[in-house]
Design a binder for this molecule. Sequence first.
Ligand code: BGC
Length: 677
Amino acid sequence: MSKRIQEILANMSLKQKIYHLQQVTTATYLTTKESRFEIITGPNSAVKLDKEMVFDVGTSLNLVGAETMIDAESNYLKNSKYKIPLMIMQDVIHGHRTLYPINLAVAGSFDRDLAKEVAQMAAKEASLDGMSVTFAPMVDLVRDPRWGRVMESSGEDPYLNGEMAKATVEGYQGDMGPYNIAACVKHFAAYGAAEAGRDYNTVDMSERTLREYYLPAYKAAVDAGVKMLMTAFNIVDGVPCVGNEHLVKDILRDEWGFDGVVISDYGAVEEMIVHGAAENKKEAAYLAMKAGCDIEMMSSCYAEYLEELINEGKITEEMVDKSVLRILDLKEDLGILDKPYRSVNVEESKAVQLSPEHREKARRGAEESAVLLKNDGILPLSKNVSSVALIGPLANTGEIHGSWHCGGKAEETISVYEGLKNLLGDKVKYAQGCQIEYDSCDTSLFDEACELAKNSECVVLCLGDHQEYSGEGNCRANIELPEVQYKLLDRILEVNKNVVVALFAGRPLAIQRLDKTAPAILDMWMPGTEGGNACANLLFGDAIPSGKITMTFPRALGQCPIYYNHYTTGRPKKEEDDEKFVRFTSCFLDMPNSPLYPFGYGLSYTSFEYSKLKMDKAGNIRLNVKNTGKRSGCEVVQLYVQENNPTVLRPKKELKAFKKVHLEAGKSTTVTFELNH
Ligand code: BGC
């Protein structure tokens, strides 16, 4: 900690120090708005903002736009007695104004550079709008597709999660230059294990499972130098994370040596009362401070009670000082103590947001992230086709960029209709076919769609979830495609067999029925701003699918939790018996054990052959990979290990390394791995 921030601290009163730990919405400071509040997530009525405190608050959250940021910061500085600039934070999750594919999709590219570059570009757009910190990456390991927030994660594998966490932190933070922003890894810990995939729900697991599966990605972010960490809403081992000393103090601070800023999640300190862990706000403040939480987001237990707790000797002023110093240190690191507006720049922001370079990366990212789930040979479609029927509730909408859209807008997002028209012009005709609502039974648009399908050479059918059926608070107890979408598909197949399905969703869906009937399925996830162009390129062969899924697709929800890196049982069912029921083995009466699509799965328009696998004594592995097809393409070579006779049981299969290679048709390459972790 520098002398300068020690001096700043020395000049602060106790009250002011305490208020510095409070976070409120940035909209609080706008002079141009009547309302001082803007609800982004969660309830914000819990913050008791009094006049005295409001201009001593240390940090604020959410608000996009360079001009609004300047307005908020200047109003703050004008009224603040001590004039320590506000540090503004934002959920820049998969892009700022330009949206890249959702994080679950980017992880499936298995491309560390892509994850890093999209974070870098998002940081540039966000910093020019005056943001200093992003609440990302979210690295919660996930196994339950009911949970809406799986879209923000990188899936079910601790190693891949860690690699993506590292790349993303590096992308956002870089060397903390003017176009970088600080990253905040979240949600510590194990938020992804919410029971039944219901948001904010109970998490309970053994310390071994926590450490082997769930903690590695947060640790990877810490090792990569992440500046901040957000605690989770959930309880772990009966204790809410924000007040969980074992997690925050013992593991994060003491074991991992993290000395960056810890922030609560939205209103989570006060929510300890609802959990039943604290009797009142005062106790909530005590528990969170004792555990090591520096900033309280959107409730005001600290502001109201820390002074009293100090006077009673329950906590010390030194504890508060430490937290303030961490925040000041980050402000200094970001340069905002000298330049309160940091990199904000109205003109440059306009030029950089949605720039051709950023759009190009968004398109390529979406192409690299899409997963070809099924292809009976119909894909890629030929551009010489005479007519294309584009049908489906997700075909002519920009609402495919994904939840957590920050500054991104649906009207700036390329729909599949626009993408196909960009590629094929007037050959493409559109009919909606059905509504997107998951409970819709309306078949009134079927006839028009079937008529179009009948008169066209091929059909592109865009099915799936609306983008707001995933994301925070958007959980589903049923992860099937809506019945109306299946009916539409069946009706179309009656008049035209050349149907390809482009699937849009923020989670793995249980699409066994779709897999049986659709000739081809391309999972576009939620592909971001350039989704429509990417989809068109992939369907018509201008781009070759290479994405792999990083979260298992179940055949049916009843198989969940289902994930590749599980333990074996004492009565495993033989793989060759998968389709049968074998009583007294570990299996279901009515369903195979295997998933519909496993982790790491994804097809291509070309094929690859592996040969000459060798391992030396040091654990270095070499193999030959050949593109045996007729097109160039990328292959993700994945290295899994299984430990023989371990002293403590290990999962059946564990990903330990991966490399993505690009090969022209007929060419081969040697891939090497060093197995040293
Ligand atoms: C979410 C966080 C997010 C925060 C601020 C919360 O509801 O859980 O992930 O960063 O809101 O918007």
